[in-house]
Ligand binder design. Structure first.
Ligand SMILES: Nc1ccn([C@@H]2O[C@H](COP(=O)(O)OP(=O)(O)OP(=O)(O)O)[C@@H](O)[C@H]2O)c(=O)n1
Ligand SMILES: C[C@](O)(CO)[C@H](O)COP(=O)(O)O
Length: 233
């Protein structure tokens, strides 16, 4: 990375985790000795290229201040109604001192592999084009409802993961304009696509799961323990 280019991370962590049906937002569920959010941030702390780590939190979040972090790159921004609003709020928070690039990574994806993130950053910066981690679809995919289903050709189907990595200005403008137009934006790439700009797909590990529903917890807990044991070797 040339010394003039900077990278800020944005961690959307302002969700309520309704699909988890838990008594607290899922990012604060304890797995392998830490909250999911702490596991996710611990991954980003291993990336010295990140100048700042913006964590988007609900203004009424009573849990975050109970956590303590040695890494002083963490700053808090206000979350929004939807994930895209939380990301846009974080981008606007960075406006007084904007980075060259932003790396957006879900708080709910603590299993992400560091080398996948580094590869995403390197490939995008080399191509000077934004991109996302994604995993090739492995199952047969159906569209429709009972008695009226179709099999979807899957050769070019990918599951979008995070991090998603884009130029600050490009993402801020695309997100602002897409949301203002009423477009449905569920990830950063969909705003960039809405703006008609290219998105690189960088293959990432499929175990970089988004912890979403209760059955994700056992798998995530097992894999987090496995990662901890491996890093202790
Ligand atoms: N208004 C929102 C909604 C979601 N998120 C974050 O975006 C990530 C991915 O969203 P998702 O998995 O959908 O989390 P929730 O919205 O909390 O889950 P649910 O849809 O089940 O309520 C999570 O880290 C979540 O905290 C956010 O920052 N702001
Ligand atoms: C950003 C994301 O994780 C990419 O797959 C996904 O779009 C988040 O969707 P959610 O409904 O907000 O969980």
């Amino acid at each position: 990375m040339t010394n003039k280019q900077t990278i800020a991370a944005i961690v959307p962590a302002a969700g309520v985790g309704s699909r988890m049906q838990h008594n607290a937002p899922k990012q604060y569920i304890q797995l392998a000795g830490k909250t999911i959010l702490e596991h996710t941030l611990a991954k980003l702390f291993q990336l010295p290229k990140l100048s700042t780590i913006v964590v988007a939190l609900s203004d009424s979040d009573p849990y975050f201040d109970e956590l303590s972090f040695v890494d002083k790159r963490i700053v808090r921004a206000s979350g929004g109604k939807e994930r895209a609003d939380s990301v846009l709020n974080s981008l606007l928070f960075l406006a007084p001192n904007p980075p060259t690039w932003v790396l957006v990574h879900d708080a709910a994806r603590p299993l992400v592999n560091i080398s996948d993130i580094e590869r995403l950053i390197d490939e995008c910066m080399c191509a000077d084009e934004g991109g996302i981690l994604a995993s090739k679809v492995k199952d047969t995919i159906k569209r429709g409802r009972t008695h009226a289903i179709q099999t979807v050709p899957r050769d070019d189907l990918w599951q979008a993961l995070t991090p998603q990595f884009f130029k600050y200005d490009e993402l801020k403008n695309a997100l602002q304009n897409a949301l203002a137009s009423g477009a449905t934006i569920t990830d950063e790439a969909s705003a960039i696509e809405w703006a008609g700009k290219p998105v690189k797909l960088v293959a990432g590990r499929s175990d970089n799961i988004k912890i979403t529903t209760p059955e994700d917890l056992d798998l995530a807990g097992f894999l987090l323990h496995k990662q901890q044991n491996e890093s202790a070797l």
